[in-house]
Design a protein around this ligand. Structure first.
Ligand code: TRP
Ligand code: ZN
Length: 861
């Protein structure tokens, strides 16, 4: 790599040189030549007679200072430097851009003929020259001029004017009264179907709600609308936060790099995160849509009203907003299921990121391309850090902290420290040590030892924090560890101890700490890190009997699930260790599983989670060098064993339980457990052909897809027929076809790679669409370890070939799918060589994007 892009450092932060109160934008839209006029007053914060503005790929056609043409300027790389200016002046710049040629899906681009924008993080500079940084806050007026064939011309805030123009054009003028940074700017123009509703806020104001979808998709918008109304109500009730504009718009587009974007008053969504009906969307999709609609809505306060000072502070808005959307889902649905979901995301993706070359603290200190830092660390670990504060301060303390945060910082661009200070000051808590979570990367490991002294009735827990060796060791951390002690009958022992908060949380602050409990009359069973109270790994010598005891008796569904996960992990490890020995599921575990079915929990969806084993990535965390084949075999073998042990009870449940196809929690849970059952039964000698065919012809997508997944996973003789039929039935609906692409990408059979290559030619596939790429190639690299890590290197080559093509076309998307290649150091020598060869090859391609450069450079050097 010859070219070295510049990194930016948190420590180098400088406040902006100028302030801008207001910006006036005019867009004259045209696919090849959109003319953007920006007019704004700049006021210097210092003596400077010059100013530097951000701008990328812009054609500058006019520049005026105080209304007069100005020639003292220079365009260097991505900066416009204007000299000879007074300390306060009005700038007017006119630039031209070509949305039609913009395949990066950043800035102003076309999605299936509709204009739309994506400005976060630094995309506004692809639209006009401005201070494209989050700490320059201005009010915006935006005039959008477009052809009459684009009936909707949208931007942030309230519509203040509209009218007809000559040449078959019209215009609409928008005004956003709230100051915002440029990354929250949005513009959309196109022809849509529109779903409308209203929401009455707690203070009695009517807010107009609008969801814009592609023509013909109106029947798939109601779920998002319901989700939006639920979000607005929930934020009033739980956080006392009311919406602030008179209108809230959501636009669904097919070409989008991420899930959705919280632009003020005008959210832009990936259509996959909006559109749903029972025939096309699974129960999981319904859930995800609700949580993403919530997430973007919650940003209105945590992100928009109070925003980030600089991009290193991204977790200020993302960690907090993920925490809020998780709480929203938990309050509306099952808390345990949502917790299991969040923990799985951490263990599957975040622990791996923290152990790989892209490891960074939730507040990164060095960034080349900001788009690379919209990560599971910033988002999900960020949310866990917020959750730990919630655990330490309690709901009341946390809400007092939120209240103070808004009192102090509404309308400002602030730092993660400002947030923690509000929490500390509102509650009188010292969070100085806790702040280390923001600067320390890596997953802490808690080594636990216990001792019981019968004569004294004393139970001792010793916990040691272990942190991966690193440059700037800032340990120990402040860690809340929730525990539960169970007696031999499985009854919870009351914890009386001066250092226990809320009857269950002990606080670690030292590298090693001992907690002694008195008056314990028999040796208890210890439940550790209950509810995943801290994002840590745990090392404690549990016996099978202890874990079974927890799985049977712990007072929370989460703790039972966790105990089962550990039992499965132990079994897998044994199998990996002694592959030649015949593998049998332990009697104790079999008995626990059977008894779980005999005394089913109220929520059957929890039971489905109880019998789901940890995935490849989660299990990999337990190995310094990942034993690919052995681990894949062990996973298959454990599933076979579970299937055989549970065959009768699963058959009985599958045959004996009906659901009505509704979206009620009860029906959703039945479908979850029935699909899990079918998945396992397909692995046994039971004849599942009829069940597979029946479910596959269902008009409910959850059932339909459940059948296909079971057939594909078990390599059932019906799979081809079912897959072909699905293609014929759904090739008119690309979002549905993504499920079909993903199923084939996850297929463990050796023909998988050839199949993927031929699917590139499928009429529905399109490399320029991130959803298609993620469904087919993303799923392959992330969720098909057996084929991705093939010993002939064909899996690595497939991924690298596609990344080469995407490097120029869509750098963000290319950079997102490269992740599985980066952690080559975790594999055996042969695989390391093959993976590294692909990274070397990628590192030398011409015009390597900054996005890819940053990741490849970190991995290789
Ligand atoms: N802020 C968005 C969210 O979390 C994330 C996002 C959407 C984004 N589109 C993006 C981030 C493009 C970077 C680039 O809701
Ligand atoms: Zn977000």
């Amino acid at each position: 790599m010859t070219y070295k892009p510049q990194a930016k450092y948190l420590k180098d932060y400088q406040p902006p040189s100028h302030q801008v109160e207001h910006i006036d934008l005019t867009f004259d839209l045209s696919p090849q030549k959109t003319v953007v006029t920006a007019k704004y007053q700049l006021e210097a914060n210092n003596q400077s007679r010059s100013v530097e503005l951000d701008g990328v790929d812009l054609k500058l056609t006019s520049l005026k200072v105080n209304g007069l043409p100005h020639t003292k300027y220079e365009v260097i790389d991505s900066k416009l430097i204007i000299d000879n200016i007074p300390s306060k002046f009005e700038l007017e710049v006119e630039t031209e851009i070509a949305p039609e040629l913009n395949t990066s899906l950043e800035g102003l681009y076309l999605s299936d003929g509709a204009y739309c924008t994506q400005c976060e993080a630094e995309g506004f500079r692809k639209i006009t020259y401005f201070f494209d940084r989050p700490d320059v806050l201005a009010t915006y007026t935006v005039t959008v001029i477009g052809d009459n064939s684009f009936p909707y011309l949208l931007s942030n805030g309230n519509k203040v004017e509209e009218g007809k123009l000559e040449n078959g054009k019209h215009y609409v003028k928008w005004q956003d009264p709230f100051k915002k940074p440029s990354y929250l700017f949005a513009l959309v123009a196109g022809e849509f179907d529109l779903l409308e509703d209203t929401f009455k806020t707690c203070s009695g104001r009517d807010v107009k709600l609008q969801i814009f979808v592609d023509k013909g998709n109106l029947s798939k918008a109601p779920h998002a609308m319901e989700s939006l109304k639920k979000s607005m109500k929930w934020d009033e009730e739980r956080f006392n936060l009311e919406y602030d504009l008179d209108i809230y718009m959501i636009v669904a587009v097919d070409f989008f790099n991420m899930g959705a974007m919280e632009n003020k008053g005008l959210n832009v969504f990936n259509s996959a995160c909006v559109l749903a009906n029972q025939e096309t969307a699974t129960d999981r999709d319904y859930h995800v849509i609700e949580s993403i609609v919530g997430h973007e809505y919650f940003h209105n306060w945590t992100g928009n009203r109070v925003t980030c000072r600089d991009w290193f502070q991204l977790s200020l808005k993302e960690g907090l907003t993920v925490f809020r959307d998780q709480e929203f889902s938990s309050d509306l649905g099952s808390r345990a299921l949502n917790r299991i979901d969040a923990v799985n995301a951490m263990r599957t993706h975040q622990f791996a990121e923290d152990a790989g070359p892209m490891a960074h603290p939730i507040r990164p200190e060095k960034v080349i391309e900001m788009n690379n830092f919209y990560t599971v660390t910033v988002y999900n670990k960020g949310a866990e850090v917020i959750r730990m504060m919630h655990t330490l301060l309690g709901e009341l303390g946390f809400q007092n902290g939120m209240k103070l945060y808004f009192e102090r910082h509404d309308g400002q661009a602030v730092t993660c420290d400002d947030f923690v200070n509000s929490m500390a000051d509102a509650t009188g808590t010292d969070l100085t040590q806790f702040k280390l979570w923001y600067s320390q990367f890596g997953t802490p490991k808690l080594k636990v030892r216990t001792q019981y002294n019968k004569t004294q009735g004393e139970y001792q827990i010793e916990i040691e924090q272990v942190h991966a060796a690193q440059d700037s060791v800032q340990v120990p951390l402040h860690i809340p560890v929730a525990i539960e002690l169970l007696d031999n009958q499985g009854v919870r022992i009351n914890l009386e101890h001066p250092e226990v908060r809320q009857g269950r949380v002990i606080e670690l602050k030292a590298a090693t700490q001992t907690f002694t409990f008195e008056g314990v009359s028999e040796e208890p069973t210890l439940v550790l890190l209950e509810d995943f109270s801290a994002p840590c790994l745990l090392e404690y010598d549990y016996t099978v009997a202890q874990l079974c005891h927890i799985a049977m008796f712990a007072s929370s569904d989460y703790a039972r699930w966790e105990a089962l996960q550990q039992l499965y992990t132990q079994q897998i490890r044994e199998y990996v260790k002694g592959q030649e020995v015949d593998f049998v599921l332990s009697k104790e575990l079999s008995a626990v599983l059977l008894s779980l079915f005999a005394n089913k929990p109220k929520d059957l969806a929890i039971l489905a989670e109880y019998i789901t084993i940890p995935n490849f990535d989660t299990l990999s965390a337990g190995y310094e060098q990942v034993p690919v084949e052995a681990l894949c075999n062990a996973i298959d073998e454990l599933e076979n064993q579970i299937a055989h042990v549970l065959k009768d009870v699963l058959t009985q449940f599958y045959r004996g339980t009906q659901e009505s196809g509704s979206l009620s929690a009860g029906d959703v849970a039945i479908r979850a457990l029935k699909n899990r059952s079918l998945y396992y039964l397909a692995l046994t000698d039971a004849d599942v052909s009829t069940s597979l065919s029946m479910q596959a012809s269902s008009t409910n997508m959850t059932n339909k897809l459940g059948a296909l997944r079971s057939a594909v996973n078990a390599n059932h003789s019906l799979q081809n027929e079912l897959m072909e039929h699905f293609d014929k039935q759904w090739n008119h609906d690309l979002l549905v076809m993504d499920k079909w692409f993903a199923l084939q990408a996850a297929n463990k059979v050796d023909s998988c790679i050839d199949n993927i290559l031929s699917l590139y030619e499928h009429p529905c596939f399109d490399k320029s669409n991130p959803n298609r790429v993620r469904a087919l190639v993303g799923t392959f690299a992330r969720s098909n370890p057996k084929q991705f890590h093939r010993e002939d290197g064909a899996g690595y080559k497939l991924l690298a070939d596609l990344i080469c093509e995407l490097n120029q076309l869509n750098p963000q998307n290319a950079s997102r799918i490269i992740t599985p290649l980066l952690s080559f150091k975790r594999f055996d020598e042969k695989r390391q060589g093959l993976m590294k060869a692909q990274l070397d090859r990628l590192s030398s391609i011409e015009n390597l994007s900054d996005d890819l450069f940053e990741k490849i450079d970190k991995a290789l050097n």
